[in-house]
Design a protein around this ligand. Sequence first.
Ligand SMILES: Nc1ncnc2c1ncn2[C@@H]1O[C@H](COP(=O)(O)OP(=O)(O)OP(=O)(O)O)[C@@H](O)[C@H]1O
Ligand SMILES: O=P(O)(O)OC[C@H]1O[C@](O)(CO)[C@@H](O)[C@@H]1O
Ligand SMILES: [Mg+2]
Length: 460
Amino acid sequence: MTLQLDDLRVRRLGECRYDSPLSEMLTTKQTSPHYVAEGDRVLLEDTVSMLAGHDLPPEQVPSFEAAGPRRKVYFDPSSVTAGILTCGGLCPGLNNVIRGLVQELAVHYKVKRIVGFRNGLRGLTAEYRDDTVELTPEHVRDIHNAGGTILGSSRGNQDPDEMVDSLVEHGIDVLFVIGGDGGMRAATCLSKAIEARGLDIAVLGVPKTIDNDLPFTDQSFGFQSAFASAMDFISSVSVEAAASPNGVGLVKLMGRHSGFIAAYAALAANGADIVLIPEIPFALDGPDGLLAYVEHHVREKGFVVIVLAEGAGQDLLDEPGLPGRDGLGTDASGNVKLGRIDDLLKQRITDHLTAVGLAPTMRYIDPSYSIRSVVANAYDSVYCLRLAHAAAHAAMAGRTEIAVARWRRRFVHVPLSLMTSRRNRVDPDGDLWMSVLETTCQPAEFGVPRERRRTPAGFC
Ligand SMILES: Nc1ncnc2c1ncn2[C@@H]1O[C@H](COP(=O)(O)OP(=O)(O)OP(=O)(O)O)[C@@H](O)[C@H]1O
Ligand SMILES: O=P(O)(O)OC[C@H]1O[C@](O)(CO)[C@@H](O)[C@@H]1O
Ligand SMILES: [Mg+2]
């Protein structure tokens, strides 16, 4: 799919007629290497060859609307009621985003009221809509010192019209949905239902996921804190494996469809011998298969350290006699439940090494929930705060059906339709995976039959 400038256009509720409380700060601002002025745009692509490929004048090249404060805003700030909710799996930095939103909206825009809906979209159902939290700067002052989310989160589908009724009942003018791909789809659904009823409510997404699988965002917030935490578990397992006879260290990390956490944590720990991710199929058996490589490694080095993303090798579970991934069903939000590739690997590696006289000492850790419940690190704290600022500005300027994101280090507005149009995945031909191969020295593939080979990745 080739993107055109029109695909990147942002929906607005209407003309901005009110002076922004930040307008004075903006009077002399111009685009610079560190600032994108109102009206200027941020390029989608960043290589000479990609730009040349368009053969278009600069103003027609695909580009995003820059985020940031506007001199004029759409809503009269003093009459605005804002709503905030967090949905999906936990992620470091959720509280930081909530805090940033509340502070920006209350202190600078002096909005009338900020309502927190509890437990994700469930908080917008008729049953739970009155169980809200009044969010004030005092209330959120210290929340960034804790992981999780003070608002709670949930999975599960809700009726869009029922949710719009809740927004109307609370007099919400702008709603911030802090969520992953599902949350962004839900926000889209809500926007459409709001538009169908002719209501003047802005819906803004703040993309969140430790899987880093949302597109058009350099890295999602909390991802860095999560993989930094995962790094410690890889280091622990490496120490254990190295000190054990025929040690096999195995760390299973989250990553349903995208192996970013596994790849980054392995690079950060710089001690993994094998990284297995959903994007790259692998074979267990045969001279080029994973088991032969593990055996070779244990013979040569005495131990082996494997970092495994939970979504890796799911097709191996379809083999006869194994549990199979089909039939495991979905979670409440419709996400397919994964098969236990970690169990299969533990069993097959143990059987194989035992059969060749290298009975292993298995050191296995699954730190999944530990790494996503940590407090945001310093980098993510800043990132969350700046995303929150961008989201507050966008909402007050009447932007709707968009997410705020950092793209090539600039903050931009991304239409929700794009945010949900594809999944961000590790590109097997990209430089991240090349770094993983350079660091681990593992082969590019573990003997994968032709019919299971990966398909080449493409950019948007
Ligand atoms: N297509 C959709 N339409 C409407 N709502 C959706 C859709 N997909 C997901 N949702 C809702 O969005 C909420 C969050 O979705 P989900 O549980 O998949 O987490 P997520 O936002 O993808 O976060 P993460 O991937 O980080 O766990 C859920 O309440 C879910 O029902
Ligand atoms: O157990 P839960 O809360 O459903 O979350 C698990 C999933 O959430 C994520 O962290 C984000 O979608 C996935 O990596 C993981 O599969
Ligand atoms: Mg998701």
